[in-house]
Design a protein around this ligand. Sequence first.
Ligand SMILES: NC(=O)c1ccc[n+]([C@@H]2O[C@H](COP(=O)([O-])OP(=O)(O)OC[C@H]3O[C@@H](n4cnc5c(N)ncnc54)[C@H](O)[C@@H]3O)[C@@H](O)[C@H]2O)c1
Length: 437
Amino acid sequence: MALSRLHTPCMEPKSLSSRPAAPLPSSASRVPRVQLSRRVLPCRVLCSVAPNQVESPGAQSTVADAPKKRECFGVFCTTYDLKAEEKTKSWKSLINIAVSGAAGMISNHLLFKLASGEVFGPDQPIALKLLGSERSFQALEGVAMELEDSLYPLLREVRIGMDPYEVFQDAEWALLIGAKPRGPGMERAALLDINGQIFAEQGRVLNAVASRNVKVIVVGNPCNTNALICLKNAPNIPAKNFHALTRLDENRAKCQLALKAGVFYDKVSNMTIWGNHSTTQVPDFLNAKINGLPVKEVITDTKWLEEEFTERVQKRGGVLIQKWGRSSAASTAVSIVDAIRSLVTPTPKGDWFSSGVYTNGNPYGIAEDIVFSMPCVSKGDGDYELAKDVIIDDFLRTRLKRTEAELLAEKRCVAHLTGEGNAYCDLPEDTMLPGEQ
Ligand SMILES: NC(=O)c1ccc[n+]([C@@H]2O[C@H](COP(=O)([O-])OP(=O)(O)OC[C@H]3O[C@@H](n4cnc5c(N)ncnc54)[C@H](O)[C@@H]3O)[C@@H](O)[C@H]2O)c1
């Protein structure tokens, strides 16, 4: 099924939107708010399509056959009345963002942030392609209705579906959140297998239909090994384009250091989470800085740094579940936003961010061919390089080895899903995900 293309609502010249729109670039402000107004006329009835309009397949349908069409959702099927000249002045080209697990708790925060413009910018229209499962499909319709009702000027298309081949078509960003949670008594090996199968399939689909330069952020757990499985099943997409989300751990670590030092958290920089998004992860206080100074010069309580700080970060998710009764969804969504923004905006000079990335010639002595969280810098073009000037002492090295051993064992455990032979599961210990008790 073809995707609907950029289409702008057919609307009245004056904005009737009651909620504040994201600020416009100066060129856009010269254009009457016609593009941003959300007073949408029922175009299939009232509007003829001018030659300079781009229309969606859905827009060509008549009122009578409209209910049969599923290329777009509700109001997003409407044809927009946009002059080509205005389009080039004020809008960047539409980007396609695919999100799996879109009816889940994390997505319920994330989608609204994406649509508001706070992730890709106030002049960047987006299309959201939402993947759900059979069980979650009704809920997904509810999510799409809430997106409709939010009247976001930058949200030009919403499409929902259960077929990843349709949903991932031409995706430029794929945010892979949907996964099964570890049930009571379930071994980590079983979770690796169940979720690994999801990510093997999604890797194959991305390989077949997504943009060749799609950026993939794997959130569903165990996210490092899921990302490895995904990239191994997508040989035509650069392995460098795949990330496992460790940004929530980075944000938690920054917060704990700020609390201990009595400073606001924007004073903490160069925070690396090394390794696996599990309780073996290594929050690095050796290279982190507070007010530009090494953390160890500002926080002299070494015992706290070596023991309490690390454990607090590793177990923060579990403590939160005890208090809140559910896992962290809002702060995870915020950290996905941070992770994307770190790739699409230049990293501040001298700083870096953490991301679980494919090890292929890393300078830190980490085993190759796994997805390991490391310090990265970006020019803001969606790509990244590994950070230089990183110190690794014996204490840090010992911890890196432990999380590396866990990831190598996870890799052996999913060999049947990465095309590397028979799986052999010898996980060093049944480590937990950060949110597990
Ligand atoms: N990496 C991180 O920092 C981090 C942090 C928090 C949570 N997580 C993980 O994110 C995942 C989602 O968390 P949540 O709180 O949103 O869970 P949730 O249960 O609220 O939502 C998951 C959604 O995914 C759907 N789903 C399941 N399998 C799917 C599939 N194959 N295709 C599409 N959709 C599918 C489910 O129906 C559900 O709607 C979990 O694996 C969780 O462990 C990761």
